[in-house]
Design a protein around this ligand. Sequence first.
Ligand SMILES: C[S@@+](CC[C@H](N)C(=O)[O-])C[C@H]1O[C@@H](n2cnc3c(N)ncnc32)[C@H](O)[C@@H]1O
Length: 263
Amino acid sequence: MTRRLYRGDPLTQGEREEFEDDLIAFCDRELDLLGEIGGLDVLYAGGSSPLWIEGLSQRIGEDGTLTAIDLDEDRIAQDSLKEADLAAPVRLLAADVFSIPFSRGTFDLVYSSGLFHELDVREKGAEDALAALRSVVRPGGRVATDDFVDSEPAIQLEDEGLEAELIREAYGRDLYGIGPPERLVALHEELLACVRWRLSPPRRIRHLEKLVLAEKEPAEFSSLPDATARRLRERRESLRGRILREGYTRPATLYVEGLVEGA
Ligand SMILES: C[S@@+](CC[C@H](N)C(=O)[O-])C[C@H]1O[C@@H](n2cnc3c(N)ncnc32)[C@H](O)[C@@H]1O
């Protein structure tokens, strides 16, 4: 009989281990692009997952500090890190990158991974978010961001597009979304010096398709006007058909970093 990690988990124990191994490998590949960050005071902006925080904290070590902020208070559960193997001390805060709660020049490095495509740019643009991140870096320090880009076809791009449309219809938010690498590079070149970037190929996460297919229909569907809900349901069904046939292919990622020049 198949052993499952916990009731309702669509993955067997072996599949769950392979899934987690691939997530860790993906996270390590992206974090390694930061190079040497030992002893730095680092802000991780727009993220709170234990995997990324642990990876950052271990690379920073006990001579530095890590502060992580996320807009979503539910993701900042104080006990979320209780099993994490941390080296640098970690502070988790609920905060918005558009009104960042730190003084100018507090950090040596600000890093984000997967933040930009989820930014709500209805009132302020992605350049305002990057300017806010830059403002809390010391002169000579770095801002580095990592995000998905649409340079390679991927089913996840269609999934993220559907999610963005649902968010627009249900909450009136307008997400920056996943675009071409050039858009993010140009954004960084506007505000930072010595910009360099690296495009990395899609990285497969084994069994991710099983987890996506096991997800329930989003609760928001039931509060949308009938015609909108019908259209989004049809898109969701067609996407699920593609995932069954092709698996859950993932996008390429773009790492961009630049220097904050002296005042
Ligand atoms: C794709 S997830 C990032 C995953 C990330 N690698 C992690 O460690 O959790 C994007 C995150 O950005 C956060 N976010 C979106 N807009 C934000 C904002 N204006 N300020 C701070 N966090 C924001 C979301 O709450 C979400 O947790």
